[in-house]
Ligand binder design. Structure first.
Ligand code: GLU
Length: 513
């Protein structure tokens, strides 16, 4: 089913509704579409599904574009790029849908319905009273409703003329099995009796998702529909509509859910705040609520993509680290799994750390400089910051750690680990610390090698242990025993700073314990 015939070129679309920011699950959907397109030399399309005017959120489309741009998932066709199949915003294609709704009415697969909200509510109440707890507009009720199936032509014309509550509904056939051939799930069968006569055209003349989605997939020559599992049940309606229009349906691949870290239930936008991690690619403000994003939280876009690609797919071996290019080569729809994928934030941080380690310092410089601006650190040279990056990159999960785990590079420690200091500091070693300091002060060249020779040499020559000296020196200079290698840290901080901190703390810290 995944085989691509040589005459058909792959065209896939990412089709978000601008009803809010792009959730991280949406990024995964976009990524899988992108990878599939690139793998097959196909076309990756952005289509904005904005037919539901009531749910339209200002700024959402821009957010979606910006976020995918940040990830480097560039579209070949879309509202900004243009293309031969535009326009790519459904609100700009409004006229097209009406024609198709009318075509279905003509062919007997759809009908006009003029029911008001009250009529619908009354129907639901009647059904509930009869013991039907999931009432829907279907074969069991359509004969009792205000629709063209139950009216004369003149009545229908009068309703259309009046223009109130004019909708078009699909006429779902009875007692049929509707079979969806899904690349991920195999054959999924729905009984047509479970399906309702969905509205396909609304009173405002706008199509609903179902009509617009398939008209566009067809008219944009989409070959594969790759989307979240939550759309699987709609696909039964879609499959019927393809048949009514006598169109060939695209291939379908429904992606597994992304689950909460607990593995129970779908990851929601509220889970971010609850579990303390981002669920959006970039920051999003929703009224009073500010949702943080992977970007602001110090993630590298490639690391996030690498994390996401493995949420529901694997390359067939245990390879984890993959560049976008490698993902494109390795990707195939038949290795997408059916079961939900648990969102493991520690794993996301692990990927980020690996990407920090593998990214050249020069490429991290701009990002780290931005972090430092955020924390009001200024006046440092690029060389110094690059030195910090070199020493810290194996010790950071997120960009802010270049500040938070390394504050001693930017200013004198404001806190000292006195607990460890107390354990390690012996008054009888005071003369040794003075002697080592004198050795450092007298160095011709201030570099790691020379510093190492002075300190290690002194320890060796005087029969001391590293454990009695090095932790104390570390605390004098950095306030903590955690951190990168001590000698290069001293080199980077510079002679003057090291000596000043050493002198000050050698006189103050022993007194404070
Ligand atoms: N507009 C739908 C969404 O917001 C698209 C679903 C689909 O890809 O068909 O996810």
């Amino acid at each position: 089913m995944t085989a691509i015939s040589s005459t058909e070129s792959v065209r896939v679309r990412f089709a978000p509704s601008p009803t809010g920011p792009l959730h991280i699950g949406g990024v995964r959907t976009a990524l899988y579409n992108y990878l599939f397109a690139k793998k097959h030399g196909g076309t990756f399309i952005l289509r904005i599904e904005d037919t539901d005017q009531t749910r339209y959120v200002e700024g959402a489309e821009k957010y979606i574009q910006d976020a995918l741009h940040w990830f480097g998932l560039h579209f070949d066709e879309g509202p900004e790029q243009g293309g031969d199949y535009g326009p790519y915003r459904q609100s700009e294609r409004k006229d097209l849908y009406k024609k198709y709704a009318e075509q279905l009415i003509k062919s007997g697969h759809a009908y006009y319905a003029f029911d008001s909200e009250q009529d619908l509510e009354a129907m639901r109440e009647r059904e509930k009273a009869k013991g039907n707890h999931t009432p829907k507009y279907d074969a069991s009720v359509r004969h009792s409703m205000k629709n063209s199936l139950n009216m004369s032509e003149a009545e229908v014309a009068a309703h259309l003329e009046k223009g109130e509550n004019v909708t078009v509904r699909l006429l779902i056939p009875q007692d049929e099995n509707v079979v969806i051939k899904d690349i991920v799930r195999g054959e999924v069968t729905f009984s047509s009796n479970e399906l309702d006569d969905k509205v396909i055209l609304k009173n405002d003349g706008m199509p609903t998702y179902h009509l617009a989605n398939i008209v566009d997939d067809h008219s944009m020559a989409i070959t594969h529909v790759i989307r979240g599992e939550e759309w699987l049940s709609s696909t039964a309606h879609h499959v019927l509509m393809y048949r009514f229009f006598e169109w060939t349906a695209p291939a379908f691949a429904h992606l597994p859910l992304i689950l909460k870290p607990t593995g129970k239930g779908k990851l929601s936008k509220r889970d971010g705040a609850k579990f303390g991690f981002p669920v959006f690619p970039m920051e999003w403000k929703d009224g009073e609520d500010l949702f943080s994003g992977f970007k602001e939280d110090g993630f590298l876009p490639d690391a996030v993509l690498n994390f996401l690609v493995l949420l529901g797919w694997n390359p067939g071996d245990d390879t984890e680290m993959m560049s976008l290019e490698e993902m494109c080569k390795a990707f195939s729809l038949d290795r997408i799994v059916k079961s939900g994928a648990r969102f493991d934030f520690d794993k996301a941080k692990w990927f980020n750390q690996q990407y920090f380690i593998n990214t050249p310092n020069a490429d991290l410089l701009v990002m780290v400089k931005d972090v430092l601006v955020k924390y009001n650190v200024d006046g440092l040279t690029d060389d110094f910051i690059s030195g910090v990056i070199e020493l810290m990159k194996e010790r950071v999960d997120v960009a802010d750690d270049f500040y938070n785990n390394a504050t001693f590079f930017y200013h004198e420690p404001s806190e000292y680990d006195l607990k460890t200091f107390r354990k390690k500091y012996k008054a009888e070693n005071a003369e040794h610390f003075d002697a080592i300091l004198a050795g450092l002060e007298g160095l011709d060249t201030w570099d790691t090698e020379a510093i190492t020779q002075v300190i290690k040499g002194y320890i060796g020559d005087n029969g001391l242990s590293f454990g009695a000296i090095l932790p104390v020196v570390r605390i004098y200079i950095t306030g903590t025993v955690k951190g990168p290698d001590l000698f290069p840290t001293l080199e980077l901080l510079g002679r003057e700073e090291v000596i000043a901190r050493w002198k000050k703390n050698a006189s103050q810290l022993p007194e404070s314990v």
